[in-house]
Design a protein around this ligand. Structure first.
Ligand code: HEC
Ligand code: HEC
Ligand code: HEC
Ligand code: HEC
Ligand code: HEC
Ligand code: HEC
Ligand code: HEC
Ligand code: HEC
Ligand code: HEC
Length: 415
């Protein structure tokens, strides 16, 4: 122990002066990386939807790498990582990089030549086997990680197998990672890999900056699914810019502005549940939506096309030309939802009239509609009245509807 401290202090003097230094060495208490808010929170559920069963994330893991002593430290293979070591459960080589390969991160104890901190011998030519358990070997110095297990959610491999992700010596990757971050995470998370690489609509967040770590803490957090922030705050962190475009170059709304300027929020947005509708890892539907929703302004009617909305709303509202119960968008018993949407050819999609995130008008009616290939914004001029409402000019001259209940509703439609 004393020997370790001496070497460790030597380490700080050597290169740690202006860099974050681990706890055991100096006794200060740095927080775990990417500290989430201290509150214990669950991501909120979609309000109107029956709770989706979330099956446990299928992961592709073999038994943990042995942290017990190995017979002898064999010389480093000549190739760059990731190499298979052939050890059960260890997918990546933990050997130091060959001298010819330039490291982009270096571990202090290794760099100082202190093999004996972890190996039997303090001799770089013949370090011999590892003599400590993983916990002793890493947590003795990185003792802020002992607090990990007090987090509400701890990443399983971080409990006892730091070297599932970190090379104890050096690496061509930052932070001593044994592989490029995305590939590393996906080496165990096969379903996410399928989404990230095979989905028709990909999410820029998966490839930008810190990749998976944009949203997840690889060690542990107090937010469900190891998220670094509540999902809503995560989305807003990136989607509050003016200059964002999708993969096809189309401009994307600045959500901070959008939500600030439009006080009537759609219930799931008000519940801060962006993932009620969007899949953060990628998906096969327009705009990363969880189910079908037509990308165009016009769409032939088929309930399937609106599966997204009908996860929470009743699709009966679009099925019959006459009703006094299924929708308030009717003139007497004439169903105006049916009239506008339920067409074989140019049915208006919901976006013709509704904002899906937030609006200034009641019932999430839009102020104006994007129309034509250039996306011109045309005013709808919706006015809410005591007995219904009216729309004017853009699509037709002023038309008014009255949805007061009829005095004698047709008996077959009584609820
Ligand atoms: C912070 C702890 C630590 C330090 C310091 C350290 N090593 Fe290691 N070393 C390990 C671990 C952990 C393994 C993997 C053992 C295993 O796979 O069971 C390892 C494995 C190795 C291997 C074998 C790789 C393989 O795939 O079998 C070599 C060679 C090696 N170390 C050399 C060194 C040398 C030389 C030094 C000193 C200059 C050193 N190590 C310092 C932790 C350390
Ligand atoms: C003797 C003390 C000591 C031990 C044992 C030790 N570390 Fe470290 N580690 C340090 C110090 C000091 C730093 C920060 C200074 C540096 O490397 O630049 C550090 C930094 C790191 C970093 C960040 C590297 C970077 O580029 O930012 C990782 C990751 C890490 N250690 C992982 C491990 C793992 C995994 C183990 C167990 C196999 C381990 N450490 C064991 C002292 C230790
Ligand atoms: C599942 C993979 C994984 C496991 C297991 C894991 N880490 Fe990490 N670790 C990462 C990644 C990824 C980063 C970089 C995070 C980032 O850049 O935001 C990281 C960063 C670090 C850092 C640098 C923190 C900083 O702010 O620079 C240290 C130190 C560290 N890990 C130590 C450990 C220790 C000790 C363990 C075992 C208790 C461990 N890690 C287990 C993936 C892992
Ligand atoms: C060595 C294999 C391994 C690696 C590498 C790995 N994971 Fe995991 N991960 C697991 C295991 C095992 C679980 C626990 C699965 C469970 O509880 O069903 C898990 C759970 C998770 C969860 C929580 C799932 C939930 O629903 O709560 C997330 C998020 C996650 N990992 C993200 C990552 C990220 C990000 C990385 C890369 C930094 C990564 N994983 C790397 C094995 C791994
Ligand atoms: C790290 C930054 C980042 C975070 C965090 C982030 N996004 Fe994104 N998102 C992007 C970028 C960059 C694009 C544009 C490139 C693209 O389309 O993939 C994008 C595009 C999108 C798109 C349009 C996709 C398309 O091509 O049609 C949707 C929808 C979206 N994000 C939703 C979300 C939601 C919901 C969240 C929160 C769970 C979120 N984003 C979090 C960076 C981020
Ligand atoms: C834009 C933010 C974002 C990025 C980037 C991201 N995730 Fe997630 N991840 C989430 C959210 C939000 C959840 C919560 C469940 C949900 O809404 O689908 C989640 C859930 C998970 C889960 C558990 C539930 C499931 O769907 O299986 C795993 C495992 C996971 N992520 C792994 C990864 C890996 C691996 C990467 C990188 C390849 C990654 N994530 C990148 C936001 C993100
Ligand atoms: C009720 C479902 C639903 C919820 C909840 C939801 N979205 Fe959307 N989102 C959609 C639909 C539908 C579209 C496509 C709108 C269109 O093109 O008409 C969309 C489009 C987007 C786009 C592309 C924007 C653009 O300018 O074209 C982004 C980015 C996005 N959503 C992010 C978010 C964020 C962030 C949240 C949480 C604050 C969120 N969404 C919540 C359904 C939803
Ligand atoms: C995750 C569940 C969910 C999804 C998906 C969803 N909604 Fe909603 N929506 C709600 C809830 C909850 C309310 C508020 C309760 C209510 O008025 O029915 C609401 C209210 C509305 C209202 C306002 C009703 C009023 O009279 O004030 C409109 C319009 C609406 N949604 C349209 C849509 C459209 C269009 C879609 C598909 C793009 C959609 N919703 C998808 C949950 C959802
Ligand atoms: C032509 C314009 C228009 C289109 C297209 C349209 N709506 Fe509406 N919708 C309205 C109006 C106006 C109201 C408000 C009725 C009232 O209460 O006065 C409304 C109300 C609603 C409501 C509240 C409950 C109800 O039926 O009164 C929901 C939910 C809704 N719309 C969903 C949708 C969905 C889903 C689509 C696409 C499949 C859609 N709307 C298409 C104009 C439209």
């Amino acid at each position: 122990m004393r020997k370790m401290m001496v070497v460790a202090i030597g380490l700080i003097a050597g290169f740690g002066a202006d860099r974050p230094v681990v706890n055991a060495v100096v006794g200060n208490k740095p927080e775990l990386p990417a500290q989430p808010p201290p509150v214990a929170v669950q991501a909120s559920q979609p309000p109107a939807k029956a709770e989706k069963p979330s099956p446990p994330a299928p992961v592709n893991v073999s038994p943990p790498a042995p942290s017990a002593p190995v017979p002898a430290a064999t010389p480093a293979p000549a190739a760059t990582p990731p190499d298979k070591t052939g050890k059960p459960g260890q997918k990546y080589s933990l050997a130091p990089l060959p001298k010819t390969v330039k490291a982009s991160s270096l571990h202090g104890p290794y760099d100082a030549g202190s093999c004996g901190l972890c190996h039997k011998n303090d001799d770089a030519k013949n370090p011999g086997p590892i003599t400590k358990t993983m916990a002793e070997m890493c947590l003795d110095c990185h003792d802020e990680f002992k607090k990990l297990t007090t987090r509400k959610f701890t990443h399983t491999p971080a409990k006892d197998n730091c070297t599932a992700c970190h090379n104890p010596h050096n690496s061509v990757q930052p932070k001593l990672l044994v592989d490029e971050m995305g590939s590393l995470c996906m080496s165990c998370h096969e379903p996410i890999k399928k989404l990230a690489t095979g989905a028709k609509v990909k999410h820029g967040a998966m490839a930008a900056d810190k990749k998976c770590a944009n949203c997840h803490n690889p060690h542990g957090t107090d937010v469900e699914h190891l998220l670094v922030q509540l999902p809503f705050d995560l989305c807003m962190k990136c989607h509050s810019k003016d200059d964002m475009t999708d993969a096809g170059g189309r401009k994307l709304a600045n959500f901070k502005k959008l939500l600030d300027e439009n006080p009537v929020w759609h219930a799931p947005v008000a519940a801060k549940d962006c993932s009620a509708c969007h899949k953060p890892h990628g998906g096969d539907h327009f705009r990363l939506l969880g189910s079908d929703y037509p990308p165009q302004f016009y769409s032939p009617y088929d309930a399937k096309n609106y599966a997204l909305c009908f996860e929470c709303h009743n699709d009966e509202m679009l099925k019959s030309a006459e009703t006094t119960a299924l929708t308030q968008f009717r003139d007497g018993s004439r169903n105006l939802h049916y009239l506008h949407v339920n067409k074989l050819d140019r049915g208006r999609t919901c976006r013709a009239c509704h904002e899906v995130h937030a609006s200034t008008h009641p019932h999430h009616i839009r102020d104006s509609v994007p129309y034509g290939p250039k996306g011109w914004m045309l005013k709808i001029n919706f006015t809410k009245t005591e007995t219904g409402g009216s729309c004017e000019r853009t699509c037709h001259t002023k038309k008014t509807y009255t949805n007061k209940p009829l005095k004698t509703p047709p008996p077959q439609e009584k609820k």
